[in-house]
Design a binder for this molecule. Structure first.
Ligand code: SF4
Length: 285
């Protein structure tokens, strides 16, 4: 599926330009998502010498579903190629390798913000805040280019909070402008911000223009739901059923969220996102 927003291709993970940083830097605990425990900074035993995953095609079967729902938003190649100039952690001095692993999650957060800001700048209804969004994008990009020492010391939470305020204003503008919004703040869409909707029966629900920011939609039944123009930022869609749901125009939705959900060929996604390979079945099934 083609990218419809300029700048987004650079914000997708390019494993061929990375030294497998996510498979080393990040910790994971044995659970339904990971078959084993791994502390931060230790290479996953499935990581091959060429920095590729040795079980890539069988991750779900092997109990590594968590890996299939992860995206670095291009942080891996940025840290590998820019911050550390193409140096491989395997051959780097130990303290330098450790610094790579410390910096990677910081740059990952910044790249996620770049994704949201880039998308926000593509939304015509948010035109009045485009100048602020452009400044925020430039500042965030500048931060990603800092030397490793500065990145390690960065207060990324404070930067996130600033950007989040801007994204909230963007959301209000977009949802107010959504069809049916009638110019009201937030449109007609429901406010489900941070709501606990785990396992909720939302089959066929009208959630057009809703805000589902940070909502817990784990295992929710959203079959056939109308999620057009909904704000999906940070919503937890693990095992949510999006079969036949319409997410056209849904914004601040990312590939990891979609990968974590279930769906079918009838699920309508925003044009910037790919249909996950594990989504099977046809519309109406
Ligand atoms: S299982 Fe594969 S993708 Fe997951 S951390 Fe290990 S090497 Fe990386």
């Amino acid at each position: 599926m083609p990218d419809q927003i300029a700048g987004l291709p650079e914000l997708r993970g390019d494993c061929g330009s990375c030294f497998g940083l996510c498979c080393v830097a990040l910790p994971f605990a044995a659970s339904a998502d990971f078959a084993l425990d791994k502390p931060a900074g230790r290479p996953c035993p499935n990581l091959a010498d060429d920095h590729r995953c040795g079980i890539h095609a069988r991750l779900r079967d092997k109990g590594f579903t968590g890996c299939t729902v992860y995206d670095c938003f291009g942080a891996g190649q940025k840290v590998s190629r820019h911050t550390f100039g193409g140096q491989d952690w395997r051959t780097a001095p130990k303290d330098r390798a450790r610094r790579m692993f410390d910096v990677f999650p910081v740059v990952r957060q910044l790249h996620e913000l770049l994704w949201y800001l880039t998308e926000a700048l593509s939304l015509p209804a948010a035109r009045s805040v485009h100048p602020e969004l452009r400044r925020a994008l430039a500042e965030t990009e500048r931060l990603t280019l800092l030397p490793a020492e500065d990145l390690a010391a960065l207060d990324v939470a404070a930067h996130r909070a600033e950007i989040n305020a801007l994204l909230l204003r963007t959301s209000e503008l977009v949802r107010a402008g959504a069809a049916g919004g009638k110019g009201k703040k937030g449109g007609k869409g429901k406010n489900r911000r941070g709501a606990d909707l785990m396992g909720a029966r939302l089959r066929g629900a009208d959630l057009r223009g809703a805000t589902l920011r940070g909502a817990y939609l784990i295992a929710a039944d959203l079959t056939g739901a109308d999620l057009r123009d909904a704000d999906m930022i940070g919503s937890d869609l693990r095992d949510a059923d999006l079969s036949d749901a319409d997410l056209t125009g849904a914004f601040f939705l990312t590939q990891p969220q979609v990968n974590a959900a279930r769906g079918n060929t009838g699920t309508k996604l925003p044009g910037t996102l790919n249909r996950p390979g594990h989504w099977t079945g046809t519309a109406g099934e």
